[in-house]
Structures are given as C-alpha cells and as structure tokens.
Design a protein around this ligand. Structure first.
Ligand code: PLP
Length: 429
C-alpha cells in the first residue's frame, strides 16, 4: 500500500489529537473489489426478507446545521434497526447467510430467509454452533439471528462489559462467557474455545488467515449505505460532502468509506474516522504509517464501549489506509456531549436517542465547529475546521450506530451529567 504523508496535530491546548493524510492519488481498487454494488444489493435483498426489517430513518437537523454554519447535518439512525438498537446485526446476519450459502453450495437465487428457516436447510447443515467475541452489539446481533434460525450461540465478552449489555445478549438465548481482560482478550479466548469445540466463529474483526467472514460482515453493513443513498436521492442530494465515522476495530468505518469510495472515487466525500483517546488503534496505525497494523494495550478505558478495541481489523485497514482522510482521537466527554446534543435538539429538530459509541461522530464534529471560551483552544481546533474544508455548502453525514444500548449509563450521562465537558471547552456561542 502506498502510504500518504501525515501531518500530525497534538497540543496541550486542545482535547483533540488528529492526523491529516495527504494523498497524491488515492487507490480505489480494494474498495471496488470489496464493495461492489452487486454485493450491497444482495445484502439488502436478504435483509429486506427479515421480518420486521424497515429502512432506518435518515434524519436532518436543520437548526443545528445553521447554528454550526453548514448546509445540512444528516443522521442515519441505526437506533431504530429491527429491535436491536444498533446497526451491528446487518453484518452478523449477512455473514450467517453467506456462510450457510457456502457450506451448502447454493446460489443467491436459491437462498432466502425462508429457506434459512426451513427444516430442509437445517437438515442439510446438521448441528452448528456459532460463536463470537463482542463489545456488546455484534454479539447481540449474532445471538438474535442465530436464535431466530434455531442454532446455538456462544458469546465472549470482556470483564468490563456492563450487566445490561450481557443481559441483552442472553435474552436471545446465547450463552455468555466473561473473559478476564479487554475486548481483544475475549476475541482470542473465543477463537481458542471454538477451535477446541468445533464452533463456527463469526467475528466482526479479522486476523491473518481469518478474513472471509469479517469481509461478509462489512459487506452486510452496506445495506445502511444503500438505504442512505436512496434517502439522499429522494431529497435531491447526490452524496454527502463529509462523512464522520466512529471506529472500534474499523470494520464499520471501512464499510462506509469503502462503499462511498467504490461508488464515487475522486468525487467521494471527505472521510473522518473518530476514536476514543484510550482505544485509538487506527489513529496509532495511521501515525506509525509503516503499512502495519498497530495495537493499543491496556484496559482501553472509555464510555464508548463499542469502540473499546485495541487491535485494528487488518482488512478494515486495507480500506482505511487507502481512503480515510483524517483520524481523530477524542476524550469521553465529547461522546457524552454528542449524546446530550442529539437527545435535546434545538427548536423543532427531531431528537435522536444515541448511545456513547453512536454519538461519538457528532460529538467530535460539534467540538470542531462550535466556539469555545478558551482562545488558545479555539485557535488550535480552528486548524482542523480549515483542514476539513467545511463551509455553508457542506452536507455532513453521521451514523448513529446505537441507541441507549446501556440504559443505565444513558441516564447517568443525560440525566445525571456524567462525563461533563471541562469548563475550558464550554461552548461560547
Ligand atoms: C455502536 C457501535 N458503533 C460503532 C462500532 C464500531 O464498529 P467497528 O468495531 O467495526 O469499528 C461498534 C462496534 O461494536 C458499535 O457497537
């Protein structure tokens, strides 16, 4: 992969650190290969057959847009996805579809949700047990689809996972195993146990030698983008000018960025990847700029539970390394403020229920676009605003990747004011 030059911004005056990447020319070949329109349509066709499927809303926040000086702010609201409060099921379900298809040697025309539910399919497949590690949402999505299809499922979580997240997975019949350590330890423990017991791992992250299933998962997420593009078209909008995507292992960000890059190439939006400062493995990978993935160790302490990942997904980096324009790492209160902004909108802008990981992108954007009291901080963050090339014509897309998936934490943040913004960074106007 030809690496772009980096410009790195880090100052004690700012709560943001960021990297601007300067490409001579972007290489779209991997995005085109991984994210063809045909595959996106196949995923969408399958998702449409799932009972309860509806296009998730794409909401516009006109008052917030005019306050921040952009043309429009769009939130693809995945909190409304099926009954699951998160986009993650789109990936896990499509991977299960592809896996069964491959095992049985069937074509897309022979596959359907109805067939997957049939006795005939189960008989042909025999006993199958699925497994995955999770930060919460992927495990819930996999438990949900395997439960619907009538298969057993084992989900591995790390010891910092909240009780409501564990309960939500168990509610769909999966067995949950708590592993000492962080998300990456849970990934390894799941793989070891699956090897011993002959379980089928459906992981959203990849590692050397394990890439096919995580690729299907990223392709499954494309349903959201196909929907979003239809929703933009119905508003007379060809594409957003900027896309902010939050990242854990980077699979969701790569799916979004790969989809838009394959579709629009040089006319793609500007892509901004946002991570928690204590789990910024993609930022570290971009910073090292040596073509290798770089991990972040430790307990990855952040309220953004879905983004608390220390090892990047190598296949996601194949896309992000070639296409992402800016990597940003932010403190937790940025996500908390994003949640509060979405839950308490201006005038008649619609309100959006967003969880910690879901609000990270909008929270990061607000911190760049609003003016803060501290002059040094304002001057410093102003550079990022310039680099983003944001103006009154900008149409900015965010994906609210989850609703209140942890209702207790949601109340603590929104009602009790947990994770307050330090006074230095309060909005001046
Ligand atoms: C709500 C939410 N948003 C974003 C992400 C990030 O996805 P990825 O790990 O693919 O980067 C996750 C991952 O679990 C998540 O749960």
């Amino acid at each position: 992969m030809k690496l772009p030059e980096n410009e790195v911004f880090s100052s004690k005056d700012s709560d943001y650190k960021w990297i601007v990447r300067k490409f001579d020319k972007k290489d779209y070949s991997v995005s085109e290969k991984m994210f063809s329109m045909d595959v996106a349509r196949t995923a969408r066709k399958f998702h449409r057959q799932i009972p309860g499927y509806k296009t998730s809303p794409l909401v516009s926040l006109p008052h917030l847009s005019s306050m921040l000086g952009v043309d429009s702010i769009w939130i693809k609201n995945e909190a409304m996805r099926l009954e699951l409060n998160s986009f993650k099921v789109m990936g896990g379900s499509f991977a299960v579809y592809r896996l069964i298809q491959k095992k049985l040697g069937l074509s897309d025309d022979e596959m359907s949700y109805e067939y997957l539910m049939s006795k005939e399919c189960k008989k042909a497949l025999g006993e199958m047990v699925f497994a995955s590690a999770t930060d919460g949402n992927h495990g819930k999505g996999l438990a949900w689809i395997t439960n619907k299809l009538g298969y057993k499922c084992n989900i591995y979580v790390h010891s910092g996972t909240s009780k409501p997240r564990i309960k939500a997975i168990e509610n769909y019949g999966a067995k949950v195993k708590v592993v000492k350590g962080n998300y990456d330890d849970a990934v390894r423990a799941c793989q070891e146990d699956a090897d011993k017991n002959g379980w089928q791992v459906v992981s959203d992250t990849s590692w050397p030698g394990y890439t096919e299933i995580p690729t299907w998962i990223m392709q499954g997420y494309n349903t959201m983008l196909l929907e979003a593009q239809e929703q933009f078209s119905s508003q007379g909008i060809v594409r957003p000018t900027h896309v902010f995507v939050q990242a854990g292992v980077g699979a969701m960000a790569a799916s979004v960025i790969g989809f838009y890059s394959a579709l629009f190439k040089e006319d793609s939006p500007k892509f901004v990847v946002v991570e928690p400062e204590n789990a910024a493995c993609l930022y570290e990978t971009a910073l090292a700029n040596d073509g290798e993935c770089h991990s972040v160790k430790g307990d990855l302490d952040t309220i953004m539970a879905g983004l608390a990942c220390g090892d990047p997904s190598p296949i996601a980096w194949e896309i992000l390394g070639r296409q992402a324009d800016i990597f940003i790492r932010v403190p937790d209160y940025i996500a908390a403020r994003g949640m509060r902004i979405l839950a308490t909108p201006i005038a008649d802008d619609p309100f959006v229920i967003s969880g910690e990981s879901g609000a990270a992108g909008l929270g990061a954007f607000y911190g760049i676009m609003s003016e803060v009291a501290d002059k040094k901080a304002q001057t410093y963050i102003g550079k990022l605003k310039e680099q983003l090339e944001i103006n009154g014509d900008s149409k900015v897309l965010f994906i609210n990747t989850e609703g209140n998936t942890d209702p207790i934490s949601f109340r603590q943040i929104i009602w009790d004011g947990m994770n307050p913004v330090p006074e230095k960074f309060w909005t001046e106007r």
